[in-house]
Design a protein around this ligand. Structure first.
Ligand SMILES: [Zn+2]
Length: 177
């Protein structure tokens, strides 16, 4: 299990206040998760993914040694949201009940199906650009679990990169021999 590490910026309790029916508590997927105490209808906006916008460069510098981050990559490919609200506590699932939608630079968590009171909220992180040594394993427990929080495309990209790396290693080995 990767150790959770303190965040660069301390959590601000006031910023954590989201809709009253969203509560942070023990999760079966990870240590903490976000649950709803009220039913949510498919298509409803659940909560905004809030936090400061920082550049990917800044994020790399801040969180280089942090195995756990709350960064949400924006589609401009240059910025991430450094999550600080309740949405940052929503865990990944390969069979999620929510989806994340970026609309004009803001990110909204939207119910992908009807959600019952008491359910843990999840969305598919579709992680990308991960370190080759970081497998980002998934423990969502869904029947269709990919075994990793990386997106399908990222898993293909990583598989190719791993093959290239092992080829390079073989070549290097031969050169030394
Ligand atoms: Zn999974």
């Amino acid at each position: 299990m990767p150790q959770s590490t303190p965040r660069k910026f301390e959590r601000d309790a006031r910023k954590l206040a989201g809709p009253a029916h969203l509560v942070i508590g023990h999760s079966k997927i990870d240590s903490e998760g976000c649950h709803t105490t009220a039913p949510i209808k498919k298509g409803d906006v659940v909560v905004e993914y809030t936090g400061p916008r920082i550049t990917i460069k800044q994020a790399d510098a801040f969180y280089d040694d942090h195995p756990r981050t709350y960064l949400f990559g924006l589609t401009d490919g240059k910025h991430v949201i450094d999550g600080e609200g309740v949405a940052a506590f929503i865990n990944h699932s390969c069979d999620p009940n929510c989806e994340a939608d970026e609309i004009k630079g803001r990110v909204w968590i939207i119910a992908a199906r009807d959600i019952q009171a008491g359910e843990e909220l999840t969305y598919d992180y579709n992680l990308y650009d991960g370190d080759l040594d970081d497998p980002s394993p998934c423990s969502c427990g869904a029947d269709n679990c990919r075994g990793s929080m990386y997106s399908e495309e990222e898993l293909v990209r990583r598989a190719k990169a791993f093959r290239r790396r092992s080829l390079r290693k073989k070549k290097a080995g031969r050169a030394r021999a």
